[in-house]
Design a protein around this ligand. Structure first.
Ligand code: HAM
Length: 416
């Protein structure tokens, strides 16, 4: 019997996993270097957690099911609402600001295509308890630093949902209508937006894009009050991004499909990925935690789509270090098998970050060297009876195809 996979989900073989783990560890290492601590949330939740405020876009694409007690559950489509729930119920007494991060699979019932899956992975951060431009700037910088460490070329766009909403407020539009317009913007349907909001400063604002100075243009368009204050804050955020050397583009026509955003929003797009080229999205959401029963707490965050990052690294021909062994330990003859095993064990203790593999199929030296070359091993360690008498082995550099006798106690220092 042959079983097929459901649409939109994938298996990852060991080759692909090498690349995926590399990207994951670069992201987690970068999050950690900014002080973010990892959390884990459940795979399924009560449906209301996401239907409450995550936006029509997501709610339409949920995997919903009843459990045996008749409760409505769903697979998580994203983790921000979950982290907000966790914060409200369990973490609210922790010292602020709270820097949290996660890597998890997410589930959305979407039409599968390249870069869009029904199960996909997100690596994200949530910075909770800080409302100022410094917090906004920190998250954009962190996203930019992740892209830099991955070696990926991407365009970061910045906009401000708070300003858009304030202008819609001034027009007397309620929340539902505002959400509708923001979704239209997110989909790039400017025509319908223009028809819905004729003669508002918003229409002119949507055309404002460019460097940080375009915020000055925006400042001239909006009336005094909340919108101006938000733009002043945005200017401060962009100054901080300039100071950190982050390249970005202001684009007030950019909106995001999730309803919980209240302030600065941003995304990152890469060239050459086709329609699904957004590798990262995020922004400020100051009302979500209050909605889940916690005290009103400001928060900002973002998530990378890991699958799209990997696709774009492949399309930009970036090498993703995989599982190639640093050293492959081979016995020159059967009688030294025990010693070879012990040498591998000693190396793993001395160089815990290195990948040390041992030949275990009884292959002859030539065949074993051939395997080491195919596996991309940097070094072969050839254990032979004669060298062992001198407490040594032959260390073969697989790239240079040169070998030299090295004392067993010195092997680890050669594994660069
Ligand atoms: P999002 O824009 O819905 O935001 O998703 C973030 C990223 O996940 C997207 O930029 C994209 O790379 C990836 N992604 C989304 N859907 C798919 C899919 N079907 N297949 C492959 N990749 C996908 C959020 O989820 C927010 N929770 C981000 C956030 C965190 N905002 C504040 N904090």
């Amino acid at each position: 019997m042959v079983f097929e996979r459901p649409r939109g989900v994938r298996d990852f073989g060991p080759g692909e996993m090498g690349g995926r783990l590399h990207v994951e560890s670069v992201l987690l290492g970068t999050f950690r270097s900014f002080g973010y601590r990892r959390v884990q949330t459940p795979t399924f939740e009560f449906l209301e957690l996401f239907s409450a405020k995550s936006g029509a876009d997501i709610s339409e694409h949920l995997y919903v099911f009843d459990d045996k007690g008749g409760r409505k559950l769903c697979l998580r489509p994203e983790a921000t609402a979950q982290v907000a729930r966790m914060y409200s119920s369990e973490l609210r007494n922790l010292q602020k600001p709270l820097r949290l991060c996660y890597v998890s699979p997410m589930f959305r019932y979407e039409e599968p295509q390249k870069g869009r899956y029904r199960e996909f992975w997100q690596a994200g951060v949530e910075l909770i308890g800080a409302s100022g431009p410094e917090a906004d700037a920190e998250t954009v910088c962190l996203a930019g630093e992740c892209l830099r460490r991955l070696g990926l070329k991407a365009r970061i766009r910045v906009s401000h949902i708070g300003v858009l909403r304030e202008l819609l407020n001034l027009q007397g539009l309620g929340e539902t209508e505002q959400n509708r317009i923001i979704h239209l913007l997110d989909k790039g349907d400017y025509k319908t937006v223009q028809e819905s909001i004729r003669d508002s400063p918003l229409i002119r604002l949507l055309d404002v894009r460019g460097s940080g100075e375009s915020v000055d243009v925006a400042l001239k368009l909006v009336p005094d009050g909340a919108a101006k204050r938000m733009l002043e804050d945005m200017k401060r955020t962009l100054n901080l991004l300039d100071a950190a050397g982050i390249t970005y583009e202001v684009d007030f026509s950019m909106a995001r499909g999730l309803d919980y955003y209240t302030g600065l929003v941003f995304d990152a797009k890469v060239e050459g990925l086709g329609a699904q080229n957004q590798v990262c999205g995020g922004g400020r959401y100051d009302n979500l935690i209050g909605l889940f029963g916690g005290p009103q707490t400001p928060a900002v965050g973002f998530a990378f789509g890991l699958d799209r990052l990997i696709d774009s690294m492949e399309s930009q021909s970036i090498n993703m270090a995989g599982y190639a062994p640093d050293a492959y330990v081979i016995c020159a003859s059967e009688d030294v098998r025990t010693q070879a095993f012990a040498i591998a064990d000693k190396l793993r203790k001395e160089a815990p970050a290195k990948i040390i593999e041992v030949e275990i199929l009884g292959r002859k030296l030539n065949k074993a060297l051939q395997y080491a070359a195919e596996a991309g091993a940097k070094y072969a360690i050839i254990v032979g009876a004669n060298e062992l008498k001198e407490e040594s082995v032959m260390l073969k550099d697989m790239n240079l195809q040169k070998q030299a006798k090295v004392r067993i106690s010195d092997i680890a220092s050669h594994l660069t």
